[in-house]
Design a protein around this ligand. Structure first.
Ligand code: GLC
Length: 532
């Protein structure tokens, strides 16, 4: 067969002998879409997206083939880390609306057959959370909700140990009122909760229940690897990572502050709780998908506790310069290591990483096809379906991301997460149709005049490819229940994926040599040389 474009997917009739993939829960074959609420749609002209805006756009998700949405945090927050610093776990921040707005959103989503998943941020609170405020006043009950330790020299200069925050610098901050240090994996305004305290476990289970009672379908669990730390607070060894300075997170090997066994056990207990809840209320199983940037074995370990680890391979392991062989190797590794019958997932982007169209220049459609044709759940970050790209050159003055701000004016640009968080480009009107405000919380990408949804609806476009694939992902039997096999051809120039169910087969061929057309002999793969 000849491949004149860089990519094609072909539906043909053929039989195959590879193993069946078993269905397990509703999120199998789902097109799972991350909404970053600040940037989706602003209905009250304050330059920031809101819940009413999301509700208005629900039909757009459905018409695009998306059948589940995950909302990044909507809870009250000082917004130091844009909602990942929560000051009340059981309400909605006024910037986004009210609990009433949320109830309307869920009711409309249900009518449309869309599942709604919320971001659960158990690792830490905002320093403005009443629990932490009480802790700072020495209230013993609430002090024990957080992690405290004496400094090494019992002074206010030497932290208890060498642990480093993900956002750089010591992971301990001195609280003069307590003459002790508190621990924070992220910003000093995000103190870590102490899950060794049963009261904290109970509080968080109540949070789980609160939103389940409002009808949600599950949780994306934030910062999953960070929940428990070594009780003895042992210093972490150096990693010797190239170029890492003593302030950088990568300077240490995080053997005592990530991936601890009690963390997995906690999630196992939440899985049990969610299952019991669903049983009791006669509802579909609740999703629990974990944000865990960690080693492969530690990633797979989540499956042992019946929760789903996000698969970040297309963000972290595989890059634009990886070979077809490497893509195959990594994809197969996931498929073969995951327990049989469990559900794979393929994340193309999120609010913490550069946009897929920027990471894979000119190859967005290939990546969309791959994520939709591989078995399991396809995960899309809002805007990636129309090929939005990172906003380049955001000035230091316009920079909002705390991680970038901590890095300082010299280094912020290299790590800032603002470029992938800009407002959704709906059309060619003011602010890309996102907001009627005079300015938006992050600048709108100037390319919106030509790169926007409305335009893509009327042209050959990334969006049209996305929509076709999203539909196939959910409806085509070869994809929903078919076996999976991958191969490379033409000396590693072409990556192939074959999905088969009975008489139906979907074949995906990706040409890794940009402009050199490939002729692929498929007889070696047991496929007929001529296909419909
Ligand atoms: C997760 C979020 C990220 C946030 C961090 C701290 O990694 O995805 O945006 O900064 O947790 O809460």
């Amino acid at each position: 067969m000849s491949l004149t474009t860089r990519l094609c997917a072909v539906l043909l009739l053929v039989s195959s002998s590879s193993a069946e993939i078993l269905n397990k829960s509703w999120w199998n074959n789902t097109v799972f879409y991350q909404v970053y609420p600040r940037s989706l749609y602003d209905t009250n002209a304050d330059g920031i997206g809101d819940l009413k805006g999301i509700t208005l756009k629900l039909p757009y998700f459905v018409e695009s083939g998306i059948n589940a949405i995950w909302l990044s945090p909507i809870y009250p927050s000082p917004m130091v880390d844009f909602g990942y610093d929560i000051s009340n776990f059981t309400n909605v921040d006024p910037i986004f609306g009210t609990l009433g707005d949320f109830k309307i959103l869920v009711a409309k989503a249900k009518k449309l057959g869309l599942k709604v998943v919320l971001d659960l941020v158990p690792n830490h609170t905002s320093d403005e959370h009443p629990w932490f405020q009480k802790a700072l006043k020495g209230d013993e009950k609430y002090k024990n909700y957080y992690m405290w330790a004496d400094g090494k020299d019992k002074d206010d200069k030497t932290p208890p140990n060498n642990w480093i925050s993900v956002f750089s610098g010591s992971a301990w901050t001195y609280a003069p009122s307590q003459k002790q240090w508190y621990f924070h994996q992220f910003d000093y305004r995000q103190p870590d909760l102490n899950f060794s305290n049963p009261d904290v476990k109970e509080e968080m289970q109540n949070v789980l229940k609160f939103w389940l009672d409002l009808g949600i379908d599950g949780y994306r669990v934030d910062s999953a690897v960070f929940i428990f730390e070594d009780k003895e607070l042992r210093d972490e060894p150096r990693s010797y990572a190239a170029g890492a300075t003593p302030r950088d997170y990568t300077y240490l090997d995080h053997i005592y502050t990530t991936d601890q066994l009690p963390t997995y056990e906690l999630f196992g207990s939440w899985r049990k709780y969610l299952d019991e809840y669903a049983d009791e209320h006669n509802q579909d199983q609740k999703m629990m998908v974990m944000e865990a940037y960690t080693s492969f074995p530690h990633t797979m370990q989540y499956y042992d506790y019946d929760v789903t680890p996000f698969n970040f391979m297309f963000i972290i392991n595989v890059t634009n310069s990886s070979s077809a062989q490497y893509f195959k190797q990594e994809i197969d590794l996931w498929m073969n290591s995951m327990p049989k019958g469990d559900i794979a997932n393929w994340v193309l982007g999120n609010h913490d990483n550069h946009r897929v169209a920027s990471r894979y220049p000119g190859r967005l459609d290939q990546m969309t096809m791959l994520s939709m044709i591989l078995p399991g759940m396809a995960v899309t970050y809002n805007g990636d379906e129309i090929g939005m790209v990172d906003l380049a050159n955001i000035s230091w003055a316009d920079t909002k991301d705390p991680e970038a701000c901590n890095a300082g004016i010299e280094h912020y640009a290299a790590i800032s997460r603002d470029p992938e968080r800009t407002p959704f480009q709906w059309d060619a009107t003011k602010n890309a149709g996102f907001s009627k405000a005079n300015s938006t919380w992050l600048p709108v990408n100037a390319n919106y005049k030509t790169l926007n949804l409305l335009r893509e609806k009327s042209h050959e476009s990334h969006y049209k490819i996305y929509k076709t694939l999203a539909y196939m992902h959910r409806k085509e039997p070869a994809l929903t229940e078919g076996s999976y096999r991958s191969f490379t051809a033409n000396n590693g120039t072409v990556l192939g994926v074959i999905r088969n169910s009975g008489s139906r087969t979907v074949l995906l061929l990706i040409n890794f040599k940009d402009d050199i057309p490939q002729q692929v002999d498929l007889s070696a793969e047991g496929l007929p040389p001529k296909m419909k």
